[in-house]
Design a protein. Sequence first.
Length: 338
Amino acid sequence: MRKPAIFITGGNGEIGHGLINRLADDRSRPVVTLDLTPLDPELKVRVHREFIGSILDAGLLERILSEFEVDMIFHLAALLSTRSEFTPVRAHEVNVQGTLSLLEFAQHEAESHGRPVKFLYPSSIAAYGLPGLEAKKQAGRVREDEYTHPTTMYGANKLYCEQLGHYYARHYKQLAAETQSGKVDFRCVRFPGLISAETLPSGGTSDYAPEMIHAAARGQPYGCFVRPDTRIPFLVMPDAVQALLAIANAPRDTLTRTAYNVTAFNPSADEIRQIVQRAFPRAVLSYELDPKRQGILDTWPEDVDDSAARHDWAFAPAFDLQRAFDEYLIPAIRERYQ
């Protein structure tokens, strides 16, 4: 008999850390993970089984399918935005082909055990592409289906995978004699900039916010790579993890979409600098513009409309701007360097 399990790809990443801990605390089903690198020791003891390998390894996926009865997948594995711009072909292979392979895996798994497989997918604000600063200022809170013309490989990958998930959930093999769709219950959260106190920023396009705090806590000067007036939406990592769990647990008939915006606050870069400066009065925080990264951020909305998520599955972030910095980010990052 195969063992029922929750399957997480990319479990050793930022979202994976919080998600594994939350699911392990629940203990309703064992957690199985797949990542290119071994899990951190404190995570490894919290999962039932760890597989090390690539999402592109079809044989490995078949092995997992043969050993476990997977009815929920959190597909976190991805080549992130900065690296995707340097290696667009590899980004397509990992982000698109990897997701397609896993959607097929989910389809076969659902056919095997006779019930839908929930497929949770984190997308990104990079799926948007506004034509310029004037349009960005006038757009206001952007809905899920507006301005979806991404200018980055990562954004294009994410948007296409949202559409692939919608296809598997609603239209898969629609010319077949019998209905094949609906076996993959695809549920996507389109995240804004994510900020975590637990992991180090990795040079991402929206990492200027956590980079400021880390530099200030270390007592090092920091030159922010965006203009002071740069404004995009953000969410802290605990709320991101909670969003994935909330949409995963929502009754299927309450969901009117397959992809949902979420957000919590949208300060300007200078508003963030002022908050960090108050917490670390001796910090030296300045601006050293990176025109290329600034150009990407200028195509992302100043804010997004997440009313569908709030209505359909009761999304409600616990951290607003002040609480995010005062109670979560600054204390935890300050302690890291003490």
